[in-house]
Ligand binder design. Structure first.
Ligand SMILES: Nc1ncnc2c1ncn2[C@@H]1O[C@H](COP(=O)(O)OP(=O)(O)OP(=O)(O)O)[C@@H](O)[C@H]1O
Ligand SMILES: [Mg+2]
Length: 274
């Protein structure tokens, strides 16, 4: 948020990378208003910026992230409203989920590497799923992704080692490298530092800021300090009386923390709700 790149100066024209319009996600097979996890979210994610999603447990942050790359195709979640990545209508009948996932990488709270695969095979797993077979290409892509995730130097001599032998922080960086290998334009990070010690966390934060020079990042975090340190924009979600999550306020992180428009945002960012 301290970044002073020209495209982030006040008044600069922002290109929007992800647009959510009236997005509601419900779980369960039967239409039941009680199963609405998050309701009527309209939110824009400017290109090459970090947007932090904040809010108490259960208010639908993960549910919203998952809706962006069509992960609810594999849950009972039903998504209504519209989601666009650039010009791609994510839920159009003609849009294949695989196409969405080549443009969007996701990293979860806990490293979810393929436990039996090596470091190398983990990094290139997304590319292989996309049908890439050429060894030289895979090697180049693995090196580039591991360099971006600042992991190359510590793993270059042991790419064949089972990935699960890495430390927790290194495993999380490997998950980020795996997501980067397919060269996504959007990265969805769901509490990527919550299982890490402060040093590993700081390194991931640094990495997120660097990546945001060319990738649009949506990051869920419970750490308000982390949001103020690394996000350009913040969106605050809360639970409504009917137990459905709702977007309360979104805007530049500085404004949300210093001059929130909604008293509920103020209560949340000052630690009075949650
Ligand atoms: N696969 C699922 N099936 C049914 N209900 C679900 C499923 N996933 C999430 N929910 C429900 O949707 C609501 C929102 O959950 P979600 O995981 O999105 O919250 P969250 O804001 O990410 O919470 P946390 O901060 O604890 O991770 C919760 O009531 C949760 O129980
Ligand atoms: Mg969550």
């Amino acid at each position: 948020m301290l970044d002073n790149r020209p495209d982030r100066l006040p008044g600069a024209r922002e290109e929007i990378a992800i647009t959510l319009e009236h997005v509601t996600v419900s779980y369960g097979r039967v239409e039941n208003p009680k199963q609405v996890a998050v309701r009527d979210v309209s939110l824009e994610f400017p290109k090459n910026q970090v947007t932090a999603l904040l809010g108490p447990s259960g208010c639908g942050k993960t549910t919203i992230l998952r809706s962006i790359n069509r992960m609810h195709d594999h849950t009972t979640g039903k998504v209504s409203g519209s989601i666009r990545i650039g010009d791609l209508d994510v839920y159009a009948r003609t849009t294949q989920p695989e196409i969405v996932r080549t443009r969007v990488g996701m990293v979860f709270q806990r490293p979810n590497l393929f436990p039996t695969l090596s470091i190398f095979d983990n990094v290139v797993s997304g590319l292989r799923m996309n049908g890439v077979k050429k060894k030289e290409f895979l090697l180049e892509a693995a090196e580039a992704a591991l360099r971006q995730a600042a992991l190359w130097d510590s793993v270059k001599n042991r790419l064949g080692m089972p990935a699960v032998r890495l430390s927790g922080g290194q495993q999380q960086r490997l998950c980020i490298a795996r997501a980067l290998a397919v060269e996504p334009e959007v990265l969805l990070l769901d509490e990527p530092c919550s299982a890490l010690d402060p040093l590993a966390s700081a390194r991931i934060e640094e990495l997120i800021v660097q990546l945001s020079s060319h990738i649009t990042i949506a990051m869920v975090t419970h750490n308000l300090f982390q949001a103020t340190r690394i996000s350009d924009r913040t969106a605050v979600f809360l639970l409504n009386d009917d137990n459905a999550g709702t977007l309360v306020e979104a805007g530049p992180t500085v404004d949300l923390f210093k001059a929130p428009k909604d008293p509920r945002t103020e209560a949340y960012v000052t630690g009075h709700i949650g």
